[in-house]
Design a protein around this ligand. Structure first.
Ligand SMILES: Nc1ncnc2c1ncn2[C@@H]1O[C@H](COP(=O)(O)OP(=O)(O)OP(=O)(O)O)[C@@H](O)[C@H]1O
Ligand SMILES: O=C(O)c1ccc[n+]([C@@H]2O[C@H](COP(=O)([O-])O)[C@@H](O)[C@H]2O)c1
Length: 203
């Protein structure tokens, strides 16, 4: 029986409760059999790279998703190194799972920058975008994809928007809080908060 696989890429610098909530909402709404969490080595639109080390980000994601049987940590982008183009990652997963259906989970800010992604048409052929509205962002507008796919594909993306409450947590804000010695309690899982306190990935 074909599986429905969610692919969730991010800098996860650090992973936060927004990430966990949207991954779980996508899993539930789209009846996904698994969600693969894929920390980027360097996100193409964040050329300065992440602040925390690859190893620290992997450890924080591992702690965050532990106990959820649907969530899997996939370290292929960090193992590959360099700039992490999502189309390469998704093509590789598609080769390994030729009979399965792939969903790429993204926030509305990622959708809004999609015309600057590498090989957007190819990517839309390989996976369906599952978009989540982000607090503070303009309303989801899938018309940005029009240039890159046909109407049927556009409709599938519209149908795969994941409805959920708006969350305004962001990694950038959390890093600012950590540097300012402010609390990140309840915005990251308790185990991640303890990790940040003991391992100091942002110092
Ligand atoms: N609060 C949120 N609501 C909806 N989507 C989110 C939210 N936070 C992150 N995302 C989405 O999760 C994916 C991975 O996010 P990422 O690791 O870049 O964290 P981030 O909080 O967006 O980081 P930063 O604030 O530093 O840009 C992206 O597609 C992003 O749009
Ligand atoms: O492939 C691309 O061109 C591309 C451009 C921007 C972002 N992405 C991916 O989108 C995910 C979220 O990226 P970011 O910049 O919000 O951390 C992460 O997995 C990135 O590798 C991918």
């Amino acid at each position: 029986m074909p599986q429905r696989i969610g692919i969730f890429g991010g800098s996860f610098d650090p992973v936060h409760l927004g990430h966990l909530w949207i991954a779980e909402a996508a899993r539930e709404q789209l009846s996904l059999d698994q969600v693969r969490w894929i920390p980027a080595a360097t996100s193409p639109l964040k050329p300065d790279g992440p602040v925390a080390s690859d190893d620290h980000r992997l450890q924080m994601v591992r702690l965050a998703i532990s106990g959820n049987p649907f969530f899997v940590l996939d370290d292929r982008e960090i193992a590959r190194g360099e700039v992490s183009y999502t189309v390469d990652t998704v093509a590789e997963i598609q080769k390994q799972h030729p009979d399965d259906e792939l969903f790429l989970i993204v926030g509305s800010d990622s959708l809004a920058s999609f015309d600057r992604w590498h090989q957007p048409s190819q990517l839309l052929e390989l996976a369906t975008l599952a978009v989540i509205q982000r607090g503070g962002d303009a309303e989801i507008d899938v018309s940005i994809l029009k240039r890159f796919c046909d109407d049927a594909r556009l409709q599938t993306v519209k149908n795969s928007v994941v409805p959920m409450p708006l969350i305004e947590v962001s990694s950038t804000d959390l890093r600012r809080r950590i540097l300012g010695n402010k609390s990140v309690r309840y915005q990251v899982p308790a185990a991640v908060e303890a990790f940040i306190r003991s391992e100091k990935p942002y110092q």
